[in-house]
Design a protein around this ligand. Structure first.
Ligand SMILES: *Cc1c(COP(=O)(O)O)cnc(C)c1O
Length: 799
């Protein structure tokens, strides 16, 4: 598109939507909205063409169901992927407007908690770029992930009212609304030929679709994200006319609650009825939409499994399975066997965790009264599955009870997925092995071929080309621009591993990026960072399994050491944290408070503050990560081995040249292999050692007692910091320590010291950085969606 064409579109839009005729008088906010609208319309047209091409080739398409999509901002990435950022910059410059200022006006679309939701967003980008016809389904939460404010170390949550600035990306389609039914009773009758199912006295909620688009990079592909908003179906006129105002209006408020707010828990279930209603709302509306689209194209449903692949991302949208059964049985009149065969061939499932607190189970009574027909279908899947599994496992009732969909008064979402889906995948090599040995061991024996691995990937252009222009230019000067299309080409950088001049340039780019980040921090918080210190970064959700407190204990140990060795020549360090805690997760909030108090103690101590600093960044988000990654020098990935399914933050750091300091957990193992293990700072127990220690009976005190530093650090904390007590953390570590922080503490200090020593040799450190970038290509979302397409979806690119 030429400058003139974009200029005209912008003018037309400002005129028709904002009644602005003189562009010089348009505000930045009007410019942002107009440009976003223009981009959205371009993408909508492009998507239409892409889908016409897909149907023209009789192509199969992918529907990706996920309760979360952590999209971040859209304007910059869409302009960039469309190749319009340069043109837009010039057009706006004519009116004295800076494009980068407009970017800052956009709120993050924070419709997710962390890694899970970001993965969905990265896959929409990957599918669009590789021309795979894909559509995401989720919920249009009026309030996304809360905004975090830290007041005197304590996290406070503020509502994320994102729609005023985010709505320009959404287009509603009320004519495609779907009715979703809750509660009531099911009546069955038999007319001699057919069973009739009648659902009575239910409450209706309307699901209104809102569409957003994601551009591929230099491709014909565009992904669509359809977000459902809940609306009351209108006033119950019968009740209203009888003067029963309360019950006439009751449905209104409860119905619209469904899409009001995202549940802010990461890797933890809460078991609330509203959450179950959200899950069915998403599942029911999406399945209805998929079936309607299919029928509009083909006119019949038999070929659904040949034309449609549905990916269930984590168990949250599991109810799409019984919902499709319901449509095929009750609305299309299929036999159970025929319907079940179609359903099995359509659905695939991705597991994201093996931690028991995150495995979804619903109380049977709540489930049955909320979703009576869906319950009947799940119970029938369970009855038939038990029969079949009893035959297969020769009457091993214990095993069958364990594998069943319903047991101990609960509906088990993961077992529904494992039994029904034709594919079950984990998200890193290690995690995919663990699920075969633990949670799904019996299902693995039952259907081994269904078990697969697809290691996660990231939209690498967002975190390299769009966020780190200096590094992008340096890479391009060395290996050309092929890496912009195919991340595997980053491997060509490895030939510069012994090129002193290049390594120095790499170090200079990092230093410049640290200055830019430090300026941003100064401007927004007033905090001053020493850009010659090592930037050691841990940003991710706050969770005990991720072990932010292990990092903090080491900082406390360094602090005590520096007090004892005032003249020591040390590598100065800046430890940067960013993490939101689930609002009801008390221990996580205490850990934030601990990190902040530690930072304050250090800041107020002139003897150490030039050598050590802790920065707690408030409100970590996608946009914050884009600012931070280019400036990071060490990537802290220190979860207890066997707990982090993959991680994707680890990949963003690697891509930006920060070596990992980590355990052999999740995708860290593949990161170490790709970078070379000499370019990875490994520490801690291995998964097998963790299991063994647990079997043996883990006693944290046995690790503390013979470690002087551990004793000193825990004593120091126990006395209180900044006038605050942290006894709960200390007691937890001494008595339970569920994620074995104390068992890994000594080895963590060893590797931290090794990092410091290595950093003194800047050539060596830059070489490690280079080889991390060179090895990071495999962690691209383009590669990951390609594997899903070939091995699971059986979908081909449309080019
Ligand atoms: C990438 C990302 C995550 C995932 O980080 P992990 O370290 O893999 O848990 C979480 N939140 C945001 C905002 C991200 O961009």
């Amino acid at each position: 598109m030429s400058k003139r064409e974009l200029d005209q579109l912008l003018r037309d839009c400002l005129h028709s939507e904002f009644s602005v005729d003189d562009l010089a008088s348009a505000t930045d906010d009007q410019m942002y909205r107009a440009l976003a609208l223009v981009v959205r319309r371009i993408l909508s047209e492009k998507r239409k063409k892409f889908m016409a091409q897909t149907y023209g080739e009789n192509g199969k398409q992918v529907y990706y169901l996920c309760m979360e999509f952590l999209m971040g901002r859209s304007l910059k990435t869409n302009l960039f992927n469309l190749g319009l950022n340069g043109v837009a910059d010039e057009v706006l410059a004519q009116y004295g407007v800076k494009l980068t200022n407009l970017y800052e006006l956009e709120p993050d679309a924070g419709l997710g908690n962390g890694g899970l939701g970001r993965l969905g967003a990265c896959y929409l980008d990957g599918m669009a770029t590789t021309s795979l016809p894909g559509m995401g389904y989720s919920i249009l939460y009026e309030y996304g992930i809360f905004r975090q404010k830290i007041v005197d170390g304590w996290q406070q949550e503020l509502v994320d009212n994102w729609l005023p600035g985010g709505q320009v990306w959404l287009k509603s389609h009320p004519e495609q609304a779907v009715e979703v039914r809750f509660g009531g009773e099911v009546h069955e009758s038999w007319d001699g030929t057919y069973h009739h199912i009648e659902h009575k006295n239910y409450d209706s909620v309307l699901a209104i679709p809102y569409d957003m688009y994601v551009s591929g990079y230099d491709s014909n592909g565009v992904s669509q994200l359809r977000l459902w908003s809940a609306k009351a179906p209108g006033i119950d006129m019968a009740a209203f006319n009888q003067g029963d105002y309360t019950s006439a209006l009751r449905q209104n408020s409860t119905a619209e609650l469904i899409s009001k707010v995202l549940y802010p828990n990461d890797n933890h279930v809460e078991g609330k009825i509203l959450r179950l209603r959200q899950q069915y709302f998403l599942s029911c509306a999406s399945v209805a939409d998929i079936v309607q689209r299919h029928l509009a194209q083909y006119g019949f449903i038999e070929n659904l499994p040949d034309k449609v692949a549905i990916q269930i991302n984590d168990t949250h949208p599991t109810l799409a399975i019984p919902e499709l059964m319901r449509i095929l049985l009750d609305e299309c009149g299929y036999s159970w066997e025929a319907a079940f065969s179609m359903v099995k061939r359509t659905f695939a499932y991705t597991n994201h965790t093996v931690m028991s607190e995150a495995l979804e189970k619903w109380n049977v009574d709540i489930f049955r009264s909320t979703l009576p027909r869906i319950y009947e279908i799940v119970a029938e899947i369970d009855r038939r599955a038990r029969e079949e599994l009893m035959r297969r496992f020769e009457g091993d009732k214990g095993k069958v009870d364990y594998m069943a969909m319903i047991g101990d008064g609960q509906v088990r979402m993961a077992n529904i997925c494992a039994y029904v889906c034709h594919s079950v995948n984990g998200v890193s090599k290690l995690h995919s092995e663990i699920i075969k040995e633990s949670v799904f061991h019996d299902y693995y024996l039952y259907k081994p071929a269904a078990f697969k691995n697809v290691t996660n990937g990231i939209a690498y252009r967002r975190w390299l080309l769009q966020s780190n222009p200096a590094l992008t230019d340096l890479i391009e000067s060395a290996i050309g621009d092929g890496f912009k299309y195919d991340a595997a080409e980053l491997a060509k950088l490895a030939k510069y591993r012994d090129d002193d001049a290049f390594l120095e340039q790499l170090g200079a780019v990092k230093h410049r990026n640290k200055e830019i980040f430090a300026d941003y921090v100064k401007r927004t918080t007033g905090e001053v960072l020493n850009v010659d210190s090592l930037f050691d970064v841990q940003v991710k959700r706050l969770h005990e399994y991720k072990r932010q407190h292990l990092n903090a204990l080491n900082i406390a140990a360094q602090y005590l050491w520096l007090k004892d060795h005032p003249g020591a020549d040390v590598v100065p360090k800046t430890y940067i944290f960013g993490a939101k805690a689930a609002p009801g997760y008390y221990m996580a909030k205490q850990i934030i408070r601990f990190i902040c108090a530690l930072g304050k103690v250090i800041d107020s101590d002139p003897a150490v503050r030039d050598k050590l600093k802790v920065l707690y960044l408030q409100d970590y988000s996608v946009t914050m990560s884009e600012r931070l990654m280019p400036a990071s020098e060490i990537s802290e990935q220190i979860s207890l081995a066997g707990t982090e399914a993959s991680g994707t933050g680890n990949m963003k750091f690697m891509l930006n040249g920060a070596p990992t300091l980590g355990t052999l957990d999740g995708a860290n193992i593949e990161i170490a292999a790709a970078a070379g293990k000499e370019n990875f700072f490994q520490f801690g127990m291995l998964t097998e050692q963790v299991s063994e220690l647990r079997r043996f009976g883990y006693l944290p005190n046995s690790f503390i007692a013979d470690d002087e530093v551990a004793v000193a650090v825990l004593n120091f904390i126990e006395k209180g910091l900044d006038g605050k007590s942290f006894n709960e953390i200390v007691t937890n570590l001494e008595t339970q320590d569920p994620y074995m922080v104390m068992a890994d503490f000594r080895d963590y200090r060893r590797v931290q010291a090794l990092v410091s020593e290595t950093y003194r040799d800047s050539r060596k450190f830059n070489r490690m950085s280079l080889l991390n970038i060179a090895g990071s290509g495999v962690f691209s979302a383009d590669r990951a969606v390609g594997e899903y397409a070939r091995n699971i979806w059986h979908v081909k690119p449309i080019r």
